[in-house]
Design a protein around this ligand. Structure first.
Ligand code: 5GP
Length: 191
């Protein structure tokens, strides 16, 4: 998606350890007008698939998932990274290794928010090694819901996640795929 690629070129910052910082418009300050265009693109890519629930993970996925949910006319559930005091009832759980924080944490969704009647689109900001998506996919499968696919804002194509998820037969659509983050700070996108 050219609009997103242009913003990454203009405002993205390449950090050590293969991390791309996009806090000017996505991860901290949020450009909701850009989110709207991204949401429209996901709607186009998953049109006719009967999506009736969007699943994401806190925190950075929530903003883009909410705008996407408006386009699809459905609700959003976000997976919580720690067990909150006000989560009652039965839980769907998994563990995820954080790429940016380098630690393992529990991820939880209340069973009452995901079930066999749901056709789920997973939305997240980044795809690196695929741990977050694998965890969310296992939660969808455990719930008995149908996984329609995954919509990602930025896939780092030089890491293994994209191949791993596509090899699982999952319909994965990334709006920008970064193939290379160069030493001079410039970025090469997959065409
Ligand atoms: P994965 O589980 O695919 O290895 O990593 C995905 C998660 O790590 C995303 O939810 C995202 O929050 C974070 N992440 C991975 N790579 C980057 C990156 O280059 N920049 C930022 N801002 N977050 C990243």
């Amino acid at each position: 998606m050219k609009l997103l690629e242009d913003r990454i070129r203009e405002e993205g910052v390449v950090k050590d350890g293969d991390v791309l910082k996009v806090d000017m418009f996505l991860n901290h300050q949020m450009d909701v007008a850009l989110f709207r265009e991204m949401a429209k693109e996901w709607k186009r890519l998953f049109d006719g698939e009967g999506v009736n629930k969007i699943l994401t993970i806190e925190a950075s996925g929530i903003g883009i998932a909410c705008i996407a949910a408006e386009e699809f006319g459905c609700k959003v559930v976000f997976a919580k990274k720690t067990q909150g005091k006000n989560l009652d009832g039965e839980l769907l759980t998994t563990q995820i290794t954080s790429f940016t924080k380098g630690r393992v944490f529990d991820v939880i969704v209340a069973k009452k928010f995901l079930g066999p009647e749901d056709r789920v689109l997973i939305i997240d900001d980044f795809l690196a090694n695929g741990c977050a998506l694998e965890g969310l996919i296992s939660i969808v499968r455990d719930s008995g819901a149908t996984l329609v696919g995954c919509g990602i804002a930025v896939e780092k194509g030089f890491q293994v996640g994209g191949k791993k998820i596509r090899d699982m037969g999952v319909h994965l659509e990334s709006l920008a795929i970064v193939d290379k983050m160069n030493a001079d700070g410039s970025i090469t996108f997959r065409q």
